[in-house]
Design a protein around this ligand. Structure first.
Ligand code: ADP
Length: 473
């Protein structure tokens, strides 16, 4: 992914996340603010009406007791106590004649004609009178018909309430603005923080793609969450790719190096024959070249097998197999060779041992060990394959009574193209044991050797009980 595209992707993702975060934050805050405001407005309205109701009861009682004089006194007393603010009080006689009216001078704007003849359907009724002014204040009036037919009215302006709500709205608006800022800044910071590992991951991938080097790693993220797990997985994947690529590179170098000598030999043989011009020499040289080419092809194929097995790229078809079958087939293959060489070849495998392996590959490894054993055992000797099983897995021993291997050669026999001093005269490429070791290793097993000159050799393969299923890459 190009850095420009990656940058755009991150910006788009960060922006979207920040935007959603701010939107959700803002939406829930707005809902909270609106609900709080509506609840407050309703509570204030109910409170105002309760004041009007209780005042009306108090004033009507005073009026019934002692007429307008008693009412005026009661009103003065209330005014002094003063909890309710200015009130509108009016009494209309039975014939709608005005008996008493009291209200602050500034309320004259209210169109009291709307209350002139209250059509009381019940004992009491609420009415709302508008000022018609710009500030939109209302006068909320409660009208009650007394027992003698007079109508008693007490009203209260919404002026104080509106003022309180207006100030509350201003505070809420300020808070809302702060919430928007916090939401946007917080959203941007949180998404930036949350996307940091993703950005680190993308940077690493981009670096690998740009440089072609697989040694770059994503900075570790605390494991346990999805991003931590992803980081660990990606790094593990890069480790594996690195190992395989390194292995392949090494294998390629080895193959190139190992093929150089036989190719040079092939060339000089052909060159020498051409220079001589003798048809017999040419014929011999061509035959040698064919032989050498076959050797090179066999060598190339074995080298590729070794490299694949060593790098984990070898495709293994793991199957449950009876050890007696595997060993039996190998013995069958080498019976005639052993007979010709005058060497006794036998196997001792307890029945019932089963192993999960790639049959072809393990058979190939056994064949190489038996081939070597027969090759390096003089006439009259013995080669034996012994199988055993235990909790740790299966052991297969290939023992011979041959020439043995000197101590100084023992560590080198596993190397590619290494051939022991005494084996130079025998056929071979020096790749057999390297292949055996690589195949056993690909099965998760190990191989060990015990040998001494003149006393024979013992090669022991150990395959674990649960052979891991290795997926080729
Ligand atoms: P090659 O047999 O083609 O030479 P290998 O990789 O199979 O190559 O073996 C490497 C060397 O290990 C041989 O050249 C030989 O010196 C030694 N070797 C292997 N197996 C035996 C054995 N059973 N007895 C004695 N020497 C052995």
């Amino acid at each position: 992914m190009s850095s420009k595209w990656r940058e755009r992707f991150h910006q788009a993702l960060s922006f979207r996340l920040a935007w959603w975060y701010a939107l959700v934050f803002l939406g829930s805050s707005l809902a909270l603010v609106v609900v709080t405001y509506l609840l407050l407005a309703a509570t204030l309205r109910r409170h105002d009406r309760e004041i009007v109701q209780s005042t009306l009861i108090q004033f009507a009682a005073a009026y019934t007791r002692g007429g307008t004089d008693a009412l005026t006194r009661e009103m003065q007393r209330t005014q002094i106590a003063g909890p309710s603010g200015p009130l509108f009080v009016r009494i209309l006689g039975r014939r709608q004649d005005l008996v008493f009216v009291s209200m602050p001078e500034r309320w004259r704007d209210f169109d009291l004609d709307q209350l002139a003849s209250p059509a009381l359907s019940g004992d009491q009724e609420w009415a709302t009178v508008e000022t018609g002014g710009a500030d939109g204040d209302l006068l909320e009036v409660l009208s009650v018909r007394l027992a003698d037919g007079t109508v008693f009215q007490v009203g209260k302006s919404t002026e104080r309430r509106s003022d309180l709500l207006r100030r509350f709205r201003q505070v809420l608006l300020f808070n809302l603005a702060s919430i928007v800022v916090i939401g946007l800044v917080g959203g941007a910071m949180l998404t930036g923080l949350a996307l940091q590992p993703v950005r680190a991951l993308a940077d690493t991938v981009e670096r690998i793609m740009r440089t072609g080097r697989t040694d770059a790693r994503v900075p570790p993220h605390p494991p346990g969450d999805a991003l931590g797990d992803l980081t660990t997985q990606v790094n593990a994947m890069l480790d594996r790719i690195d190992a395989v690529v390194g292995g392949m590179r090494g294998a390629l170098d080895n193959v190139a190096h190992d093929l150089r000598t036989p190719m040079a030999r092939l060339r000089s043989r052909a060159e020498g024959a051409l220079a001589s011009g003798d048809p017999d020499v040419l014929r011999d040289a061509l035959a040698d070249c064919i032989e050498e080419s076959d050797r090179i092809m066999a060598m190339l194929s074995t080298l590729m097998d070794i490299s694949e097995a060593e790098t984990g790229a070898m495709a293994l078809r793991i199957e449950r197999t009876r050890l007696t079958d595997l060993v039996g087939q190998t013995i069958e293959l080498y019976e005639d060779v052993a007979e010709d060489a005058g060497v006794e070849l036998k196997a001792s495998i307890p029945p019932g041992i089963e192993i999960s392996v790639d049959r072809t590959r393990i058979r190939q490894a056994l064949a190489n060990l038996v081939d070597n054993a027969l090759k390096y055992t003089p006439r009259g000797g013995r080669v034996e394959i012994v199988g055993a099983t235990g909790p740790a897995g299966v052991r297969i021993l290939v023992a011979d009574t041959g020439i043995g291997i000197p101590a100084e050669e023992l560590p080198r026999i596993w190397e590619r193209l290494y051939r022991g001093d005494k084996s130079r005269s025998t056929r071979g490429l020096g790749l057999g044991l390297s292949l055996v070791k690589a195949i056993v290793g690909a099965h998760g097993g190990q191989i060990a050797v015990e040998s001494a000159p003149g006393q024979g050799s013992r090669f022991e393969i150990h395959l674990p009980a649960g052979v891991p299923h290795i997926t080729p890459v």
